[in-house]
Design a protein around this ligand. Sequence first.
Ligand SMILES: [Zn+2]
Ligand SMILES: [Zn+2]
Length: 233
Amino acid sequence: MLRFQNGKDFLNKQTLTLPINQFRYGQIIFPCHLGIISIGNVSTSMLNKLRFYLDQTFDSFFFDIQFIEDTKLHPDTFELKVKEEHNLLNKSSEKVLLQPTNKFYEIIVDKKFKYNFDIGLGLTNLPIYSSSNENLLFLFGEAHIKHMCAIVSTHNLIDLFNLEDFKLKKIERRIYKEAVHEIGHLILDCGHCLNDYCVMRFSKNIKEIDRKSIYLCEKCKLKLEKVRARDNF
Ligand SMILES: [Zn+2]
Ligand SMILES: [Zn+2]
């Protein structure tokens, strides 16, 4: 589920010093540099297409989109704070191990500083739960405004009980929508949109992701233009 998380410091063990010129508090000056980091086993064949959709939706908001592939969760921390749960979304009787989102944020923030990204988006095949609200299990994705990073998990974007779902294009499209959605949170700094077809609509299941488009509605586009006017580009 695409929960919008704001104002909580998941990374309280780390004190992050942000370069003053580049950042206002919790805010980036656009256009900026986006890094996409694949964590775990993520097919990288779709990355160029993802870049295309991000460019299409957030036209000229990124002067560069860079991919960092094959990042892994450290084996020492893999078992830390995992939750073993039944996956009700997939109606499966088997339990799955869910990873807390802050593990991913730590990796993404680290890469952000290493490669000078302003925004970091992680893509993972691992199932995730929210570190800020441990009742939010099996998320599709989450954004962390303060650290300007987001994570999208592909784990629940495949409906194992629907054969149609094994069509890769369909699954990829969901991943693109979720990635655009989380980046939308980071740029627009806003909650969810009520327009059924807007990519900023909150989706509680795959069906709802399939129903919405990959694009911003007119109202959200206006918000985007306000950010563009603010940063004068
Ligand atoms: Zn959301
Ligand atoms: Zn909208």
